[in-house]
Ligand binder design. Structure first.
Ligand code: HEC
Ligand code: HEC
Ligand code: HEC
Ligand code: HEC
Ligand code: HEC
Length: 224
């Protein structure tokens, strides 16, 4: 075969190929179009299912030992500080021990199952109730109620919401990865915060400190 023949052959083969690829391109466009559509659809399905499923997989729910009715007890005692008080040394008592309860619950007062569990499993056995603390921060964080409630005169609602008026306890949700309470990151998966008590991450502490004191504070103020 001469050089010229080779060229023509190649040329014609090339032309034929061009033609074919031209045709393929025309078909390929709608193929690519379908591919893109399919990709978007598959992405949307994965994204949405992940978005909706992830939080329910990320958090495990735990029930409190028994229900505690704040509304009933606040009406009985007239306030928060008979149970959540500041000790002589200025430290916050936190969740009350059984000794705060037995002034009234010496023996069974009513008929409810919750009270029966409280009396038989805890008071009679002399065991403190292992309450799960919704707002519990990691061990490395230092938080003082005295600085906020006594010092800065803040009310409980601004950080805890309306737990003090509630009749039933919500389940405690634990983050499976970090082991922290869901109340730290909040319920809203988009991270939207409507109320000051919706979450209590580092940024939320610092945001309020910035507003109230003009400075976010140094690391060592909040970290042990
Ligand atoms: C009779 C005692 C009693 C009184 C009065 C009382 N509490 Fe409580 N409080 C408890 C007990 C017990 C718990 C633990 C169970 C629970 O989480 O509700 C608790 C838990 C809480 C928590 C949950 C903290 C966390 O992060 O888990 C908050 C907030 C709270 N109380 C606020 C209040 C406020 C505000 C008032 C007044 C309006 C009040 N309490 C009155 C006994 C009491
Ligand atoms: C000032 C008195 C008083 C104190 C203090 C008190 N209680 Fe009560 N508690 C009551 C009364 C009254 C009832 C209503 C009983 C009924 O009629 O069912 C009640 C009901 C309950 C019930 C069942 C009702 C329900 O809806 O869940 C539980 C559980 C309970 N108390 C736990 C506690 C615990 C835990 C503490 C301590 C942190 C405590 N109480 C402190 C007076 C008190
Ligand atoms: C500035 C925000 C803020 C305010 C105001 C506040 N708390 Fe808290 N509270 C927290 C944080 C944060 C924790 C978790 C502390 C930790 O894990 O070290 C907590 C924990 C608690 C607990 C769990 C027990 C414990 O370990 O201390 C109770 C009960 C409680 N708070 C009740 C109250 C009551 C009642 C008031 C109002 C008198 C109040 N808090 C005001 C932020 C606040
Ligand atoms: C809604 C507002 C608000 C939020 C939320 C808040 N703080 Fe504060 N904090 C204050 C104010 C106001 C002071 C008082 C500042 C002062 O006295 O100079 C304060 C003081 C402090 C101090 C200094 C105490 C001292 O005596 O040196 C520490 C530590 C602190 N906050 C930690 C935290 C942590 C940790 C969180 C989040 C879990 C938090 N705060 C959330 C308002 C807030
Ligand atoms: C206003 C209080 C505050 C200040 C100031 C602060 N932190 Fe934090 N930090 C927190 C709180 C509350 C948490 C736990 C909640 C969370 O993970 O957002 C946290 C969590 C962390 C964690 C993750 C720890 C864990 O176990 O999940 C690191 C790391 C950290 N802080 C580093 C820092 C450093 C570095 C600084 C200084 C630049 C700083 N923080 C200043 C309050 C504070």
């Amino acid at each position: 075969m001469s050089e010229l023949e080779k060229k023509t052959e190649n040329g014609s083969v090339g032309a034929a190929e061009d033609g074919a690829s031209g045709e393929q391109k025309a078909g390929g466009d709608s193929g690519v179009g379908m591919g893109v559509l399919f990709f978007i659809a598959a992405f949307a399905v994965c994204f949405l299912s992940g978005w909706l499923l992830f939080p329910s997989l990320l958090y495990s729910k735990k029930e409190q030992p028994f229900n505690f009715n704040h509304a009933l007890h606040v009406a009985e005692t007239g306030g928060c500080d008979s149970c959540h008080f500041f000790r002589e040394d200025g430290s916050f008592a936190g969740i009350p021990k059984n000794s705060s309860c037995v002034e009234c619950h010496e023996s069974q007062l009513g008929e409810t199952e919750d009270e029966a569990i409280f009396m038989t499993e805890y008071v009679e056995k002399g065991v403190e109730v292992p309450w799960l603390i919704y707002s519990e921060q990691p061990d490395c964080v230092f938080f003082s109620h005295a600085a906020h409630v006594v010092g800065a005169k803040m009310d409980c609602v601004s950080c805890h919401g309306h737990i003090g008026e509630s009749e039933t306890l919500k389940p405690y949700q634990e983050n499976r990865i970090t082991g922290y309470s869901r109340d730290i990151w909040g319920e809203n998966i988009w991270g939207i915060k409507k109320n000051s008590w919706d979450r209590m991450k580092m940024d939320d502490c610092a945001e309020c400190h910035q507003e109230e004191t003009g400075s976010k504070g140094a690391c060592f103020q909040c970290h042990k």
